[in-house]
Design a binder for this molecule. Structure first.
Ligand SMILES: *Cc1c(COP(=O)(O)O)cnc(C)c1O
Length: 423
């Protein structure tokens, strides 16, 4: 980008695309899978990664590129890679620096889909996941050994809303020459830029707040460019890659080596890429990200306070409640708490189901983080694959309800919740 902007609201609208004289003002949707060249030498250089340019949409596309540049600018990273979904973002981010025989240390309160991926599926590929309790630094420390390749967690955990102490985990990771990878899906750069606090790689399900309207699956990986791969044990990045005639990623791409390898090896081989149309919709979503997250956070805090004072409610988890154990961390790291609240209804599974079935404006969907208000019962849906013991460990009780507060009028939202609680 030729223009340099700094402030969040401006970057949300302007970053990633700078049209030249007479070009489309809005990022165009380039559906073409392929790109034309005048001679074979140019194409050969592209294939050998000696020059940058589009040649096949599996490895890069102008619409997707604008989205990647925008999120990199928003997060303060050197490069970003867009993928087909949040799942594929976390998969690529982790596989990029692990192989059979390695292990990873993972905070256990992560999203259910990621829990399955890391705890169950990756095991079949010989990568061991060591789950550790959230904000218990000593437990994480005890689990790191010479085969540990990274620490992974969520900045604001979905659905428990626990806030991670980013600086402490970054320091721990760096003292072992391994990177900290954080999923920033629920907070987005509108509420926190994890790289500012030492995080090395940031991932997203752009499916959630970045798109913000529940219209496009997508994932993003942002490379801070700050981690020195040559200090750790990362042969994928520091040794010769046979599929590129012995190219060494850290030598060829410098600080952007990590992101470059995901694109040129994993998008090339796995093909779990972002679709140009989804990238276009996500860019439109990000235009209003700063505004939306402000309103989501404001509405959710009001709803959380209402719930806290309600006689049918056992507990409320929202980081910006003064009663929250995460209040200090939230104040330190976050500009707002997002729209996600979890609370326990008095009673158990049955009462939780009755509450959700009685809602009217707030709808039952398996989704969070778009403009509409939603409710979900994790124990019978997103987390139903977990045993009671596993549920216990991740902090999800059978009576827990997850709310995703939208940008509707907050009085209308509260009235609906109040009616359902009475029912
Ligand atoms: C939804 C979600 C994912 C997975 O994203 P998909 O786009 O559904 O694949 C990963 N992490 C978090 C925190 C999520 O909320």
């Amino acid at each position: 980008m030729s223009k340099e902007f700094k402030n969040l609201e401006t970057l949300c609208v302007q970053a990633g695309y700078d049209p030249k004289n007479g070009e489309a003002r809005v990022v165009p949707i380039v559906q073409s899978t392929t790109f034309k060249y005048d001679n074979t030498d140019t194409v050969a250089d592209l294939f050998d990664l000696k020059s940058a340019g589009f040649f096949y949409t599996r490895l890069g596309n102008p619409t997707v590129d604008a989205l990647e540049k925008r999120i990199a600018a928003l997060d303060g990273g050197v490069a970003a890679v867009a993928t087909a979904s949040g799942q594929s973002a976390n998969l690529n981010a982790i596989l990029n620096i692990t192989k059979a025989g390695d292990n990873i240390v993972v905070l256990n309160n992560i999203y259910g889909g990621t829990f399955n991926l890391l705890g169950s599926t990756l095991k079949n590929f010989g990568i061991e996941t060591r789950f550790v309790s959230s904000n218990d630094l000593e437990e994480a420390k005890r689990n790191i050994d010479e085969k540990t390749k990274l620490i992974f967690g969520e900045v604001l955990a979905n659905p428990t809303t626990a806030v991670l102490d980013i600086e402490k985990y970054a320091d721990l990771a760096h003292s072992h020459n391994i990177p900290l990878i954080l999923d920033n899906t629920l907070t987005t750069p509108a509420l926190v830029r994890p790289i500012d606090y030492g995080c090395d790689i940031v991932t997203y399900a752009s499916t959630k707040y970045l798109d913000g309207h529940a219209t496009s699956m997508g994932g993003l990986i942002v490379d801070s460019g700050k981690f020195d791969w040559t200090k750790g044990n990362y042969p994928q990045l520091t040794e010769k890659d046979e599929s590129y005639h012995g190219l060494v990623f850290t030598e060829q791409f410098g600080p952007a080596a990590y992101a470059a390898r995901i694109r040129t090896v994993y998008l090339r081989d796995f093909g779990n890429i972002a679709a140009p149309f989804n990238a276009f919709l996500t860019l439109i979503g990000i235009d209003t990200l700063a505004l939306r997250l402000e309103r989501h956070s404001e509405n959710a805090l009001k709803v959380a306070k209402f719930l806290e004072s309600h006689e049918s409610v056992e507990f409320v988890r929202y980081p910006f409640l003064e009663s929250s154990k995460d209040y200090k961390l939230a104040k330190k790291y976050l500009k707002g708490g997002s729209g996600v609240i979890s609370f326990g209804i008095k009673g158990g599974r049955e009462e939780a189901a009755k509450f959700i079935d009685s809602l009217n404006l707030v709808s039952l969907v398996v989704h969070v983080a778009d403009v509409r208000s939603y409710a979900l019962h994790p124990a019978s849906s997103t987390h139903r694959q977990l045993s009671d013991a596993e549920l216990e460990k991740t902090g999800i009780s059978p009576n827990l309800i997850r709310l995703s507060i939208g940008i509707e009028n907050v009085e209308d939202i509260i009235e609906d919740i109040d009616n359902a609680l009475r029912a």
